[in-house]
Design a protein around this ligand. Structure first.
Ligand code: ZN
Ligand code: ZN
Length: 217
């Protein structure tokens, strides 16, 4: 298969890569879609750590094409979304339900091979089966959307609030929609790129302006 392999700072190589044998509890996914995250940029530019070499990509969806004998809850042909964050469940933080501080945390596409490839081997515990009619291009948003949902919870938006969103990238554009669903009366997007401002307005922002705009009042 073809895979985009991170081989060190500023080195992302598109290579022919073998598909490794499945171990117990694992499934093989034919990757349909994989998002490009800010984290991928940070890894490639050396600002965030990752294993070397590793297949990057942690926001992916696809179809199950093979599974280990002991995987019963998932069937070949299932459409799936992937949770890339793997927690040990045993350390003191996991036992306090603070898995984001897990001392033995692994992530597909960071410390384990991920979704910038035609196929990905994934533990079945990280898989969410989807209805057959589900659009797999949307399923690739499961991980970034869950980050946004956490942010929305923290922001504690009340009906009628005015909310400013700084940055209209993928996360900012999802936030506009979630902020609206949370009952915000007015949503202001601050974003310098014209095309993103337009999408932001289409998705529910009431006003969009660039940080360079001088005549706002
Ligand atoms: Zn991400
Ligand atoms: Zn842990």
């Amino acid at each position: 298969m073809l895979a985009a392999v991170y081989n060190g700072v500023n080195q992302l190589d598109l290579l022919e890569h073998s598909i490794r044998q499945l171990k117990g509890g694992e499934v093989l996914i034919k990757v349909s879609y994989c998002g490009v995250c800010g984290t991928d940029h940070h890894i490639i530019s050396g600002k965030a750590p990752a294993k070397i070499p590793v297949i990057l990509g942690h926001e992916f969806s696809g179809v199950i094409v093979d599974k280990a004998d002991n995987v019963n809850e998932i069937q070949i042909g299932d459409k799936v979304a992937v949770d890339p964050n793997i927690f040990c469940g045993k350390c003191k933080y996991c036992r306090k339900a603070m898995v984001h501080f897990c001392e033995n945390h692994h992530a597909l596409g960071v410390t384990l091979d991920g979704g910038f490839a035609e196929y990905a081997v994934v533990p079945s515990s990280q898989i969410y089966s989807l209805p057959n009619e589900f659009d797999l291009s949307l399923a690739a948003f499961a991980e970034p959307l869950s980050c946004c949902l956490r942010g929305i919870k923290q922001a504690d938006i009340k009906p009628g609030d005015t909310v400013a969103i700084i940055g209209g990238g993928a996360i900012g554009l999802m936030m506009i929609q979630l902020v609206k669903l949370s009952g915000a009366a007015k949503v202001i997007l601050v974003e310098p790129i014209e095309s993103r401002k337009k999408i932001g307005l289409k998705l529910g922002a009431d006003i969009a302006f660039s940080p360079d705009d001088k005549n706002l009042v």
